[in-house]
Ligand binder design. Structure first.
Ligand SMILES: Cc1ncc(COP(=O)(O)O)c(C=O)c1O
Length: 457
């Protein structure tokens, strides 16, 4: 039969949507057709995607944060070619390969206070390990999490998901307790019950781009320590420079007990996740030779993922991407805050580094209020969707609504963007806002067609 990848890609080009409709999650092509996002992308480089007609799109979604260092970075591509050419003995299982050791050594340099790493294949797996490690190390069962939290969708991670729409129909899950976001009194009340293994928290929540209130992480860390419970910082989205520090928790000067990472560590190529923890936690979980495989993953530590991770860290250092995220993020925030002063429906701009949320709110003027109310009645989040669609169709910028039923757009560009991309985005967003605040025209027409779809689905 033989296998010819370039030939296969050329022969079946353009059939992706039909194949998904027939064989994969059928709602994905349906949703993409509905909002006109059904492009066929042929190529990606740096901060940009290119469709079959050669049109360029600025990627401000970056695969939900996977492309921190940009698409198809040449350094990671070379590392992957090299690792394949080396014909290494990978995933032998009964050996101690070099690459996982090297990546663990490098990664831990960014997380003083943490001593060991467990490698797996995704963000949710990193969270699963964190939950198991915390429960075993403390001998307690309950994990606390925050309202609107997102930590992945496998069963353990789903147990600490703060959105009902993800959980419905999958109960019963693990024993858990949802806390109001940023509420230290509620945390203290739960800790006093004495059965809490850990609090898991995103330094900036991906859903809605909610930054932990100043002092919350430090206060939580102190309370948790007092009660013998652990702090798990989920850095799957915020980690590896995204917020302008290597880890999001470093803005607050706290020392978590367990930290999870994934996404950017992959270099945008090879699925990977990592759970970093204090040494004593690993010593408890892996306390004897009998327990060597008590938590493990066949594909974790595979050579391609480890090589991609090492190359990615080298790129982050060489291109000073953490500092760039801080600089570009501040420039973007300044420009967007200026727009917030001009457009009444732009209610809030928030975030850190290159994780930025823009929240829309009810207008004061009567003319706009009628249209706004019409959208809200049909479904909360439609105005934000309207803006995302306008940015895409008119300005070739890919963004996302930051969670179901939220009037928030999230910007998650590659950490490589500079002044050109900041200017391009703010000019485009300004034009879309100007149009929306005129109260009529194309953008609201599209809103009405979204309502029809929302009502008929
Ligand atoms: C904070 C956080 N944790 C965990 C996950 C799950 O990661 P994955 O999709 O790789 O399982 C995500 C994914 O978006 C995330 O943002």
């Amino acid at each position: 039969m033989g296998f010819d990848l370039p030939g296969l890609l050329a022969e079946r080009s353009g059939q992706g949507y039909d194949l998904h409709a027939r064989y994969l999650n059928p709602q994905r092509p349906r949703m993409l057709h509905a909002i006109g996002f059904d492009k066929v992308y042929e190529r990606a480089e740096g901060a940009y995607l290119y469709d079959a007609d050669g049109r360029r799109y600025a990627d401000f979604l970056s695969g939900f944060g996977v492309f921190g260092i940009g698409h198809n970075h040449p350094v990671v591509r070379k590392a992957l070619h090299d690792v394949l050419d080396a014909e290494l003995a990978s995933m032998v299982q009964f050996d101690c390969a070099l690459l996982p050791g090297l990546l663990a050594e490098r990664l831990l340099q960014y997380a003083p206070g943490l001593d060991r790493v467990y490698f797996c294949n995704s963000g949710t797996e990193a969270v699963e390990a964190a939950i198991k490690f915390a429960r075993y190390a403390t001998g307690r069962t309950r994990i606390l999490y925050c309202d609107h939290a997102f930590h992945g969708l496998t069963t353990g991670s789903l147990s600490v998901n703060g959105a009902t729409e993800f959980r419905t129909g999958f109960n019963p899950l693990l024993p858990d307790t949802r806390l109001p976001f940023g509420d230290l009194d509620a945390l203290d009340a739960e800790l006093c019950k004495g059965d809490v293994a850990a609090l898991i928290v995103e330094p900036i929540q991906g859903k809605g781009v909610a930054v932990t209130p100043p002092g919350y992480l430090a206060g939580a860390a102190a309370l948790l320590r007092t009660h013998g419970s652990l702090l798990i910082c989920d850095e799957v989205q915020t980690g590896m420079g995204r917020t302008g520090r290597f880890f999001g928790y470093q803005h607050e000067g706290v020392d978590p007990d367990i930290v999870t990472v994934a996404k950017t560590l992959s270099g945008g190529f090879v699925p990977v996740g990592a759970t970093m923890a204090r040494g004593w936690i690993f010593e408890k979980v892996y306390s004897s030779m009998d327990r060597v495989l008590v938590h493990d993953s066949t594909f974790g530590s595979n050579a391609a993922a480890m090589a991609a991770g090492l190359a990615t860290l080298a790129v982050i250092e060489d291109e000073q991407l953490v500092a760039n995220a801080e600089r570009a993020g501040e420039a973007m925030m300044r420009a967007l805050e200026e727009l917030a002063g001009r457009y009444e429906m732009l209610a809030d701009v928030r975030g850190r580094g290159l994780m930025i949320g823009m929240e829309f709110g009810k207008p004061d003027s009567l003319k706009l209020r009628t249209s706004w109310n019409m959208l809200q009645k049909a479904r909360r989040g439609l105005f934000a969707q309207m803006v995302v669609v306008a940015l895409f169709h008119r300005h070739a910028i890919l963004t996302q609504v930051s969670g179901d039923h939220m009037e928030v757009i999230k910007l998650l560009p590659t950490l490589t963007i500079g002044d050109d991309e900041v200017a391009m985005f703010t000019e485009a967003f300004d034009a879309v806002m100007k149009d929306a605040h005129r109260g009529g025209g194309l953008i609201w027409d599209f809103g009405r067609s979204l309502i029809k779809q929302a009502v008929t689905r």
